[in-house]
Structures are given as C-alpha cells and as structure tokens.
Design a protein around this ligand. Structure first.
Ligand code: DOR
Length: 439
C-alpha cells in the first residue's frame, strides 16, 4: 500500500499520553500519526466518525502462542492475527514452543517470513532457550528476548536447573522472560496425585510453592548478573509479595486477565477449559494480584493466548492440554473492569500498551501523539455484548469467558494507519510489520 494515504478519525474521545481524555480528531499519514487536535480539516482517503467512541493506543500483547509452524490445526498466524484485529491487539510477541522450536536464527527467520505473508497486525518473536543454544540466544535478530521455560514441558525448551540457567543469565544482555514453575516439584506432586482426573487437582499439583520457587531462582540469577528479567504470567500472592519487597529496577512482571478474573471455582463450570500453566489460583490470589497491578508491582498484562482444540480439551485430565485463548477478549475484559470501577481506562491502556512498549523498548508505540505509529483502537464503552462462541475468530473456537457480558469491544482497529477491523468486518488484505526492539 502507498505510504501517503491519509486517515482522519473525527470526534473521538482521545486518551492523551498523560492519561487525560479530550474529544478531538487524529490525522494519520501512511503508518504514522501526524496531528492530534480538537478539530482538523484535511483532504483524506478515509474518514471515521468516532462520535461517542474512545480512542486508545492499540494493544500490544506480550505473550501469545500462535502455533505456526507445526501446530496449525490449533491456530495459525492468519487466524490468530484476525482474532487480534477483532480484539484491538495491534502487535504481539509470540513464544518459541512451535514445531520446530524457535531456537535458531533459521527458525526465527522462518517465522518472520510467515508473519510477513499472513499477519494482519505487527509481530515479534521470542527465541527459546535450550541447554545448548547460547550463541543463538546471544546473536539472533530481531527478537524481543529469550524465553526460558523453567517449568512446563516442551522437550528441549525445558531449562530448569541452576547450573544450566546460570550461563544463560551470565551471557549477553538481552531481556530474559521466564515461565517460572519448579519442574522438579511438579513432577513429584504429579506422582503424589496420580490417578485423579478432576482437573481441579491441576492447581494443587502445580501449586503456589512451585511458582514461588522458580521465581525466587530467576530473581537470584538476575541479581547475580544484573540481568534484565521479565516474569511471565505471575499467578500467586506469594510471588507478588516477594516482588513488592524486593524488585530490582531491571525486573518487570506481567499478569493475565484470567489470573485476575478467574480462580479455581472455574473448574466446576468449564472443566479442563480452565486448565492452564501456571494454573488458576484462589480468590485471595486474585485480590493480591489486582492490588500488585494497581500499585505498579506488576507492570503490565499479557493474555498467554494458548489455543487447543475442543477435542483435545475433552480428553480427561491429565491428558487434556493446558492453555486457553485470549487475544479477542482481553481488552473488553479489562475495560469492563474499568467501567465497573476497579481501575481506570487510562490504567488499562497503560498496562496493555504503553508499559509493554516501554519494557520491550518498542519504538513509537503505546501513545497517541504526532510521530507515533498509527496503531489504534476505537472502543465502545457504552454498550454491553456477551462473549459468544459462534462469534470467535480464533481457530480453536472457544473461550473461558463465554457468556461474560462485556463492554469496551473494539469497533475499529487500525494497524499502521490502515483500518484492519471495522464494525465487525475484517480487512484481510492489511499486513502488519516486524517490530523493532531496543534503542
Ligand atoms: O497453559 C499454557 N499453555 N502455558 C504455557 O506456558 C504454554 C501454553 C501452550 O503453549 O499451550
């Protein structure tokens, strides 16, 4: 597409970089925002009348599993990015547990090529740590960071003992993101609870202590080398309290909407659809995680979108796989919380865009201001609509939040100045770009 198309968004309630709202117009030229003002007039290629709608920076989802290559029967980069567009997610950071695993430059290049071909939104990829790929972890480009699975099995991606972890923290300086669960403890507890097919046992097997042990170890190594550390999907009160006491300035943490809004009572209602790693916790954990997010102990939100088919999920525990989809529902879930008074809309936007851009050093993202990329979402905060299975775009075709009545659904999603989702319709010809990191 030509780089000098003009898009004018009129009469929107615009979130400013300082967190205030004012009604006005936004002019985009090519991929960039060029002007924000109370009233603009310009020759444009497209105009959106945004009267009554709220304009936010597009969501950057910093933890997703999109299954391509190798597991496309669950999801692929096209279907996942359609779901992103519908959910207001204009950029994503994707995890390396695809087939082959993303542990080399060649595997990373392959993902980038596939994404350039198919993705409606912007994309970045993690490189996965094994016990043997230190040079790849140091040199691979472009990548948002190194992913270490300290727990949860994905073949060679499991790096769980200190002697193997230490050299990864020692070498290089790029961000290390950890899935922090203590695999040794989990294996022992799996034996202990063997034979139980109630999926609620999942939260006891992979208990709070398993998460805390691994987070403590990651923090210890990060402090030893002052190494940039990000703790993925923090799930327990104990980890939140640990970080509240002792969080070095180079450490960040995220939480998922499901760890804030669902707890172990979900197993009764939706069975194995509630099964994920790290598992859902107690209502007390929900409360402590919320407070940690509000207080800035937890920095931002990720979905951990991890789709599995309904057939796979129908297998009895423990054969049912862990993981749930999330990119289509995360923004309305969090905005509903804001409208209902739990936090502010500006906080939600910070947690789902601005703070993520900052932590991953993604230039020109996460704010509505001249010079920033025109990655935007227009949401309707006045009407409610339920999550319906038949309306979902994720290939797996289900959500743990089916039936939840939500507000803040996107009406328009804009990626690089191009409208990719418009009042229920996708523009599947739009393509995102590879994200850049650092600097
Ligand atoms: O529940 C999960 N599922 N947690 C993970 O970390 C991986 C994911 C998957 O890929 O299915």
């Amino acid at each position: 597409m030509s780089s000098d198309l003009y898009l004018l968004i009129r009469h929107a309630r615009i979130l400013s970089p300082t967190g205030e709202f004012s009604v006005g117009d936004v002019l985009c030229r090519g991929r960039e925002i060029v002007q924000v003002a109370p009233e603009l007039s310009a020759e444009t290629d497209k105009e959106i009348d945004a009267t009554g709608l709220t304009l936010l920076p597009g969501v950057i989802d910093p933890q997703v599993h999109f299954r391509e290559p190798g597991l496309e029967y669950k999801e692929d980069l096209f279907t996942a990015s359609c779901a992103c567009a519908k959910g207001g997610v204009t950029s994503f950071l994707e995890m390396p547990n695809t087939r082959p695993l993303t542990t080399t430059q060649a595997a990373l290049d392959d993902k980038l090529r596939r994404a350039a071909d198919k993705c409606l939104v912007n994309y970045g990829f993690f490189i996965g740590a094994t016990a043997e790929n230190l040079p790849d972890l140091r040199d691979a480009q472009p990548t948002c960071g190194i992913k270490i699975f300290m727990g949860s099995m994905h073949g060679p991606l499991l790096v769980d003992i200190e002697e193997r972890l230490d050299p990864i923290f020692a070498e290089g300086s790029r961000l290390i993101a950890v899935h922090a669960e203590d695999q040794t403890r989990i294996m022992a507890r799996r034996q202990e609870f063997a034979g139980i097919s109630d999926p609620a046992i999942h939260s006891q097997i992979q208990d709070n202590q398993a998460a805390l042990n691994a987070t403590q170890l990651a923090l210890k190594l990060s402090k030893k080398y002052q190494r940039r550390l990000h703790i993925l999907h923090l799930s327990t009160a104990e980890e939140a309290e640990l970080l509240r006491q002792d969080k070095p300035s180079w450490v960040t943490a995220e939480v998922t909407p499901q760890h804030l809004l669902l707890n172990t009572s979900a197993y009764e209602k939706i069975g194995t659809l509630a099964q994920m790693n790290p598992p859902l916790r107690s209502p007390h954990d929900n409360e402590v995680l919320w407070q940690a997010l509000l207080d800035g102990v937890i920095d931002f939100i990720a979905t951990d979108h991890a789709p599995h088919t309904l057939e796979e999920k129908a297998q009895p525990y423990p054969n049912s796989p862990s993981g749930m989809p999330g990119v289509e529902t995360s923004l309305p879930l969090m905005l509903t919380q804001a409208v209902q008074g739990r936090c502010s809309v500006a906080q939600v936007s910070n947690w789902m865009s601005t703070a993520v851009a900052k932590a991953y050093q993604i230039p020109k993202k996460g704010a509505i201001a001249p010079g920033y990329d025109a990655d935007l979402v227009l949401v309707d905060l006045d009407n409610y609509h339920p999550v319906r299975r038949e309306e979902l775009l994720t290939k797996c075709g289900w959500s743990p939040f089916e039936g939840w009545n939500l507000t803040g659904w996107p009406l328009y999603t804009i990626v690089g100045g191009q409208v990719v989702f418009e009042r229920g319709q996708l523009h599947t010809d739009v393509r995102g770009e590879a994200l850049r990191f650092g600097g």
